[in-house]
Write a protein that binds this ligand. Structure first.
Ligand SMILES: Cc1ncc(COP(=O)(O)O)c(C=O)c1O
Length: 396
């Protein structure tokens, strides 16, 4: 196919975004660091999601890190130090747990939604379990009624990583509204972008107040709770009130430019998601199910990518599959979300000495035979037809 190419993402940054940036740059007395636009974006994002509060940060991984730091601050029972996470997730979900001094407890994922196996989650809950950190991978909803019921009954926190699933729903309600905290990423390759960026959302006032402090050096003056601020200033009389640092953290702030782009991108998020969902259904329905797993549960899903899981278990055939994609200029990533089984990554070696990697069968399958390719709003049915044709002609 001459001149054919299918990138992971196409034109996620539009000319109207450039106009918004220009407007900011042309202002008199220009302020570019975090200010009014950031607050406006946070309010608009909260309205779109259906939560009370949000905190705009400089990446999805910063949102992950702040969320787990927050758990550490609000956790009263220090014997609770385990957080259950899926083996298929982004590196920062697990690193946030480790870097905050908690123990990650791993579970396998389901092939039909790439999210954590909730039966395994329930089995691994014990007296030390502080939280479940779910990843709604690649646009799929990972929640079910049973897990929500168990977590509520056992008073275990749910944190939702929705960095890959903006707009997906469970029981017609947006995911990211079920947990005590949820995280989103606005990296270029996701549903919407602020170039780099992320959001922490919550209905919990205390969580919201602390998130503002954690975003900005742990600085008390960022607090949204003026009574609390006064109390601390009084307590630390020897400190300059503008330089009181409450918690160990870093600077995770974003900018007015990022916020202006975010507000503009948010305007087309719903319509773009509808296009993506239509594309996704077409793609899955036309893929040859004798060659590719197609039993995905796309109820409420909002996919920014097309997942592909090969039915074969032959590495030779897999390598041939990759060669054909490269030849046809179809960009791909192996391992679906985050490169497959996180337990195989070098950064985790010292933390998982007694864990048998191969027991997590589904993530192992995804690690070696799972892929994703792009699904962007400007993608037309004709092009999907060509891609499906290439895939369905491959011999396994
Ligand atoms: C599930 C998940 N969580 C967190 C992140 C981190 O987001 P960011 O790249 O904005 O740091 C990503 C990134 O792609 C992700 O896929």
């Amino acid at each position: 196919m001459k001149n054919f190419s299918h990138p992971l993402m196409d034109n996620n940054f539009t000319s109207s975004d450039i106009l918004e940036v220009k407007k900011i740059l042309q202002k008199k007395n220009i302020v570019l660091t975090q200010s009014k636009k950031v607050e406006e974006f946070e309010k608009k994002w909260s309205q779109w999601l259906g939560v009370k509060y949000s905190t705009f940060v400089n990446s999805g991984s910063s949102a992950n890190f702040i969320s787990i730091s927050l758990l550490k601050i609000i956790n009263k029972n220090k014997n609770k130090n385990e957080i259950i996470v899926p083996t298929l997730t982004w590196v920062s979900d697990i690193n946030s747990i480790i870097m905050n001094g908690f123990k990650p407890v791993f579970v396998d994922v389901n092939l039909n939604n790439l999210s954590m196996n909730t039966d395994q989650v329930i089995k691994k809950i014990n007296k030390k379990t502080l939280a479940v950190f779910i990843t709604h991978a690649q646009g799929f909803n990972g929640l079910d009624s049973n897990i929500l019921k168990v977590l509520k009954k056992k008073k275990i926190h749910l944190i939702e990583d929705v960095c890959e699933s903006h707009g997906a729903t469970f029981n017609k309600k947006k995911i990211g509204t079920f947990g005590i905290i949820s995280n989103f990423s606005f990296y270029y390759a996701h549903h919407m972008t602020t170039i780099e960026g992320g959001m922490i959302s919550t209905n919990d006032k205390k969580v919201y107040e602390i998130s503002k402090i954690l975003r900005s050096h742990g600085m008390l003056r960022e607090s949204k709770n003026k009574i609390f601020e006064k109390k601390i200033i009084k307590k630390y009389k020897e400190l300059s009130p503008k330089f009181i640092f409450l918690y160990p953290t870093l600077n995770f702030r974003n900018t007015e430019i990022g916020a202006a782009i975010g507000i503009n991108q948010l305007r087309s998020l719903n319509s773009n998601n509808l296009k993506r969902t239509k594309n996704f259904k077409y793609f899955i329905e036309h893929l040859d199910s004798s060659k590719y797993w197609n039993n995905f549960d796309f109820r409420g899903s909002s996919n920014y990518a097309f997942p592909i899981i090969l039915n074969t278990n032959s590495l030779v055939k897999r390598n041939n599959f990759e060669k054909i994609l490269i030849k046809n200029n179809i960009e791909f990533r192996r391992g679906n979300a985050g490169g497959g089984n996180q337990l195989r990554q070098p950064y985790l070696k010292d933390f998982i000495k007694n864990i048998k990697i191969k027991q997590f069968k589904n993530v192992e399958k995804i690690h070696f035979f799972g892929y994703y390719i792009g699904n962007y709003p400007s993608l037309k049915t004709n092009k999907i037809k060509k891609i499906v044709n290439v895939l369905n002609r491959i011999k396994f």
